[in-house]
Design a protein around this ligand. Structure first.
Ligand code: SF4
Length: 226
């Protein structure tokens, strides 16, 4: 098993997932088969070359498409891909480059701050411990999970808005918080599957199961649930 997962004491876990002999939700295996058939080997949608470049890309991806992030990050990396290179741009220089990603002032502050912290506290290397990651400016549990699972090979299930929505709609979790959904999904799948399922759910959410206007008749998954 991977790291020990810790969750807030008040976090509620869906009762159906607390049994030692866990019962899978209805049509669980069929939906997993759909995901496997649509996305057998889902790629990480953000372009990156190491932990730092992925960390910056994930910060930029908040309320922004991966396509836009992938268009913008090469303009940053033209100045170098080390925290020192980006720090040298200054907050203003960073914000001018990342402006197309939206929320650019907050994101520039976070990127500057996390770059500075990585240099000052971790010798210029992104830390591989969850606690240290979550202390970096602009880095929360979801971002830490992405870095842990995609770069450091530590099992972690990152829950974004797509994962949260699908888990609720498919009856895989009735938790209302990302941490609650994460705990339910971690209990539902073997930790060797967490990274793949996270990516599959993101792709399915984007392509089929949008927040509004979903069409059950055209949906390859929910037809199984009726
Ligand atoms: S029918 Fe709607 S809720 Fe169900 S998987 Fe398809 S898009 Fe998502």
């Amino acid at each position: 098993m991977g790291e020990t997962l810790s969750f807030g004491k008040k976090e509620r876990v869906s009762p159906i997932f607390t049994n030692a002999m866990m019962k899978k939700p209805p049509h669980f295996c069929e939906i997993c088969a759909v995901l496997d058939s649509l996305y057998p080997d889902p790629p990480i949608p953000l372009q990156f070359s190491d932990a730092y470049t992925l960390l910056v890309a994930v910060v930029l991806s908040a309320q922004c498409t991966d396509k836009r992030v992938n268009e913008v990050t090469p303009r940053l990396w033209a100045h170098g891909t080390r925290p020192q290179d980006i720090l040298a741009l200054g907050e203003t220089g960073i914000s001018e480059i990342i402006r197309p990603c939206g929320l650019y002032q907050n994101k520039a502050r976070a990127i500057y701050g996390l770059s500075e912290a990585i240099i000052q506290n971790y010798g210029g290397q992104v830390p591989s411990a969850r606690d240290a990651l979550e202390k970096l400016p602009g880095v929360g549990r979801k971002t830490a999970n992405v870095i842990l699972s995609h770069v450091f090979g530590v099992p972690a299930f990152a829950v974004d808005t797509h994962v949260h929505r699908l888990a609720n709609r498919w009856g895989w979790s009735d938790a209302t918080t990302p941490t609650g959904v994460e705990k339910d999904l971690c209990a539902l799948f073997d930790d060797s599957e967490w990274t793949k399922r996270h990516l599959q759910m993101i792709y399915f959410g984007r392509n089929y199961c949008k927040a509004k206007g979903h069409d059950p008749n055209a949906c390859p998954a929910c037809a199984l649930l009726v």
